[in-house]
Design a protein. Structure first.
Ligand code: HEC
Ligand code: HEC
Length: 306
């Protein structure tokens, strides 16, 4: 809360909250102590409202026990606001916060799991990958944290890279995989239509890109495309189209495609650009967990033992 409110706004919110609770109490008290002033049939104490022939509404105060319950809720509200955060920026006497509770629970779980990770201490990702217990733990970590984007079999999908093949945007060493997970990755290809000039030229470049992986293409268009590629694309994808792992520019000369390798999807890539965002996991997983899940990813493409 303190991130959003200046202290004056905090005081205002606290004031309005306390005022509302006090007013609830006042309302209760007024209602309980005043009798309804309507013309009554004094003898029968009736308000004059009758339903179903003989069901009458009498002019009695609300039952005491029922009023008591209402007063208890008001006392409860004050006690709650004293101990827990709820009054503007006041943190509460117990200093409880949902974030604090989460961190404490996480710390407890990590302490309990620490002995399990101890045997991987000081080992490299590649070495851990050969240990069966690491694979089981890595698989669970992967399913809980990574499968929603990379699929449960780690083969990914459109825009989400396949982690089981030998084709890497940012590198497939244990070290590079760890950096991808710890820091996250942002692959950005800007829209290139201005640089290639026209839709016609974009299609020509796409024909050239098709030729890079040895697929059927129109050689005349590809020749024009090659020239444009040399001007607009080599800075990131390299002269031979083999990509650049420093910026995550994919290799265009293989048959692995992140966004699709048909002429249509290549033209779309050129016209609109593409972006891929892999979130940083350093706040989500600790260093031990990251090493183990990295080893799980590494072994999928390196030991042939999926
Ligand atoms: C919110 C979706 C999302 C989650 C969750 C996610 N990733 Fe990713 N990951 C991506 C995307 C998208 C990319 C590609 C980034 C790019 O296009 O530059 C990527 C890239 C990677 C890479 C680099 C691949 C390469 O070819 O170099 C690795 C390794 C990786 N992720 C592993 C993981 C692991 C392990 C986890 C779980 C701890 C995980 N990711 C969780 C979306 C995700
Ligand atoms: C500023 C660097 C940069 C430039 C310039 C650039 N690209 Fe890219 N390109 C990238 C990056 C980074 C990606 C990966 C985007 C992602 O992570 O989703 C990419 C992705 C692609 C893809 C998708 C590959 C796949 O596997 O699906 C194609 C095709 C492509 N670029 C073609 C081109 C062509 C053709 C040009 C020239 C007109 C070009 N790029 C210019 C950086 C660049």
């Amino acid at each position: 809360m303190s991130d959003f409110f200046s202290s004056t706004v905090g005081l205002l919110v606290a004031g309005v909250t306390l005022f509302s609770i006090v007013m609830c109490g006042v309302l209760l008290w007024v209602q309980a102590s005043k009798k309804l002033k309507v013309s009554l049939d004094v003898k029968s104490n009736s308000t004059g409202h009758v339903w179903d022939e003989d069901l009458q509404e009498l002019n009695n105060p609300m039952p005491r026990w029922w009023m008591g319950l209402f007063y208890i809720t008001i006392v409860f509200a004050f006690a709650y606001l004293f101990f827990f955060p709820g009054l503007g920026t006041y943190q509460g006497k117990s200093e409880w916060s949902s974030q604090g509770q989460y961190l404490a629970e996480r710390k407890m779980v990590e302490e309990r799991a620490a002995p399990l990770f101890a045997k991987f201490e000081g080992l490299k990702v590649e070495e851990i990958a050969h240990m069966p217990e690491a694979k089981a733990m890595g698989e669970r970590l992967f399913l809980n944290n990574c499968a929603q984007c990379h699929c449960s079999d780690a083969r990914g999908g459109r825009g989400f890279p396949n982690l089981t093949d030998a084709d890497w945007l940012y590198g497939g060493t244990g070290e590079a995989i760890q950096v991808s997970i710890v820091e996250g990755r942002n692959g950005i290809m800007p829209p290139m239509i201005a640089a290639v000039g026209s839709d016609e030229n974009a299609r020509a470049v796409a024909q050239y890109v098709l030729s890079l992986s040895g697929r059927a293409n129109d050689p005349l268009k590809a020749q024009l495309g090659r020239k444009i590629f040399g001007e607009a694309c080599v800075a990131c994808h390299g002269a031979d189209g083999k990509g650049n792992q420093a910026i995550g520019a994919p290799n265009l000369s293989d048959r692995t495609w992140l966004h699709g390798g048909t002429e249509r999807s290549i033209v779309e890539t050129i016209k609109n650009g593409r972006q891929g965002h892999m979130p940083s996991h350093k706040q989500i997983l600790n260093a031990d967990q990251i090493r183990v899940v990295s080893s799980y990813v590494w072994q999928m493409s390196n030991t042939g033992n999926r």
